[in-house]
Design a protein around this ligand. Structure first.
Ligand code: HEC
Length: 262
């Protein structure tokens, strides 16, 4: 009897988890599942695709950076192992496109210099208030950790970026200042459609479809949220192999030691 109750509660708990983890977004009767393209960095041995990260950075720099900061990133991160792995010279060139106020001169006036490797990514706005004022009162969130900060993770970001231009289902009201996007909670988002076909001209010649750019910038954001991912997986693999060898050794030692004991 007790056993049966236990099994029943187990089934109940797992179905609750199933419902919670199976993210579906509904709007006026239409249900949209997250689009899951299957990224190269998924799974226990998945790694980032360097070319994709570079394309993703290009999309961020040329499109998203005009509204969204990524304050956890410094330019030198673009050169580090496990990331887009640009050469140091490339990154110096990227950084030198931006300036930063660095101290004051003898008259108390701010001194501006171009950015260097150790500088962080620039913030498009001077303050939260300025950011809101430029975006109809909505705040464009910092994107450094966004793939970890939203339920649905990177697949949500990928879907969201492609969720524009869809017909508004009957019964759904979207205010004039918002765009309809089935994946955004509430379906009305203050970000206008950011990506259009060929919004960027890829340096590596890849055709810049909305789908391609969404995937590339999503991969870049997934990397920025966990720049040490490849190292973590590598270490995990070493630890697991060591444990396996250790268990095998212990097994043979024990059977041998107890061989003559009856
Ligand atoms: C013109 C300004 C602008 C541009 C360009 C822009 N965004 Fe946004 N973004 C916003 C605003 C404003 C919001 C806040 C929306 C809201 O809260 O309704 C936002 C929100 C977001 C969110 C958070 C959604 C959520 O669940 O809260 C993500 C992710 C995002 N943008 C990604 C991007 C990416 C990636 C790009 C580049 C391809 C981009 N944005 C380009 C203004 C912009």
């Amino acid at each position: 009897m007790l056993q049966l109750i236990k099994i029943k509660s187990l089934i109940l708990i797992s179905s609750v988890f199933f419902v919670l983890s199976n993210q579906a977004y509904s709007a006026g009767g239409t249900t949209y599942d997250l689009i899951k393209p299957g990224f190269s960095f998924e799974g226990p041995t998945g790694t980032f695709d360097r070319a994709q990260l570079r394309r993703g950075y290009q999309v961020y720099r040329e499109v998203c950076a005009s509204c969204h900061s990524m304050k956890q990133l410094s330019f030198r991160n673009l050169n580090q192992k496990g990331g887009p792995e640009y050469t140091e010279d490339d990154v110096k060139l990227f950084a030198s496109d931006y300036t930063v106020i660095d101290g004051f001169d003898d008259y108390g006036d701010p001194v501006e210099r171009t950015r260097i490797l150790s500088d962080r990514f620039p913030n498009p706005y001077d303050s939260k208030e300025a950011a809101k004022a430029s975006n109809n009162g909505a705040y464009p969130p910092d994107l450094s950790l966004i793939t970890k900060a939203r339920s649905g993770g990177y697949n949500y970001i990928y879907s969201l970026l492609q969720g524009y231009g869809k017909e508004i289902p009957e019964g759904v009201e979207i205010s004039d200042t918002l765009s309809y996007n089935p994946w955004f909670p509430g379906n009305g988002i203050a970000m206008y459609q950011p990506l259009y076909e060929e919004s960027v001209e890829y340096e590596d010649g890849t055709f810049a479809s909305i789908e391609q750019m969404s995937a590339d910038v999503t991969a870049f954001l997934a990397w920025s949220a966990e720049p040490e991912m490849e190292e973590r997986k590598r270490l995990g693999f070493i630890v697991m192999s060591f444990l396996l060898i250790f268990v095998l050794l212990m097994f043979f030692t024990t059977t041998r030691l107890w061989r003559d004991v009856h």
